[in-house]
Design a protein around this ligand. Structure first.
Ligand SMILES: C[S@@+](CC[C@H](N)C(=O)[O-])C[C@H]1O[C@@H](n2cnc3c(N)ncnc32)[C@H](O)[C@@H]1O
Length: 225
C-alpha cells in the first residue's frame, strides 16, 4: 500500500493553517443558516448512512455531527433500543441539534461538545461510526481517525463521507468553509483501518469510504473454529 501523505510526513494532520478556534468560529457563525445551505448533500448522506449496515439496537457515533442532519435516519435505523451519539466542536451547531432532539422527543439521541481528536468515550463504546463532510475540516484529522478506531468495537465499521480535494482551484470557497484541502483523508483511513472500501459519486467529487477493523473476510475466517 502506498504510504499516505500523513504517513510520509507531508502533513501531520494538524491542519494547514485552519485551527480549532477558526473552525469553531466558522461553524458557530454558520449554524443558523447551515441546514438550508446543505440541502445539496442529502442524497449522498443517505447512501453513507446505509453503508454503515446499522442493526436495531446498535450504538452509533456521528462524529462532527453539526446540526444533526443525519440523526432522523440514524435513529430510524437503530430503533428505540439503539443509541445515537453526536459529537461536535461548535456549541451553536449543537444548539440546533438539541432543538431537533427535543422537538422529536428522542430519548436515545444525545450530543456532546468535544474535539474529535480527543473523544470523551471509553474504548469500544460504539458499534458503528459516521463522519459526514468533516474529515477535511477537523484540524487534527489523523488523531480523529485513530480515536474513531479506538472507540469502535473490534467488529465495528466507520463510514466517512467526504468531498474530495478536486476543487483546489477554489481556495476562497474552501477557506470560507474552514476546509483544509491538504488533508489526505483516504490515506489516513487506509493507514489506521485494516480495510477501506471506496465508492465515488458525482464524477468523483464525493467519496464514501467504508472502513473495517479487521477486514470483513478476515473477520469471517476468525469466526470459524
Ligand atoms: C461541514 S460541517 C458537517 C456537519 C455534519 N457532519 C453534516 O454532515 O452536516 C463540519 C462540522 O465539523 C465540526 N468540526 C470541525 N472540527 C471538529 C473537531 N475537531 N471536533 C469536532 N467537530 C469538529 C464543525 O463544528 C462542523 O459542525
Amino acid at each position: 500500500m502506498k504510504p499516505s501523505r500523513a504517513a510520509a510526513g507531508e502533513s501531520d494532520g494538524a491542519g494547514g493553517g485552519v485551527d480549532l478556534a477558526d473552525v469553531q468560529k466558522t461553524f458557530d457563525a454558520w449554524a443558523p443558516a447551515y441546514n438550508p445551505t446543505h440541502g445539496w448533500t442529502l442524497p449522498r448522506r443517505r447512501a453513507a448512512r446505509l453503508a454503515l449496515g446499522l442493526q436495531p439496537g446498535d450504538r452509533v457515533l456521528d462524529l462532527a455531527c453539526g446540526t444533526g442532519l443525519n440523526f432522523p435516519h440514524l435513529r430510524q435505523l437503530v430503533g428505540e433500543r439503539g443509541q445515537v451519539t453526536g459529537v461536535d466542536l461548535s456549541p451553536r451547531m449543537l444548539d440546533v441539534a438539541r432543538i431537533l432532539i427535543a422537538r422529536r422527543g428522542w430519548g436515545n439521541v444525545e450530543v456532546r461538545q468535544a474535539d474529535a481528536a480527543q473523544l470523551p468515550f471509553a474504548d469500544e463504546t460504539f458499534d458503528k461510526a459516521l463522519c459526514s463532510f468533516a474529515m477535511n475540516i477537523i484540524p487534527d484529522y489523523m488523531r480523529a481517525i485513530r480515536e474513531v478506531r479506538r472507540v469502535l468495537v473490534p467488529t465495528g465499521r466507520f463510514v466517512s463521507l467526504e468531498v474530495r480535494p478536486i476543487l483546489h482551484s477554489l481556495p476562497y470557497l474552501w477557506r470560507v468553509c474552514a476546509v483544509d484541502m491538504s488533508h489526505d483523508v483516504l490515506g489516513g483511513l487506509r493507514e489506521v483501518f485494516d480495510e477501506v472500501q471506496v465508492s465515488r459519486a458525482w464524477l468523483g467529487v464525493i467519496l464514501i469510504a467504508v472502513c473495517f477493523r479487521p477486514a470483513p473476510m478476515r473477520r469471517d475466517l476468525e469466526a470459524k473454529p
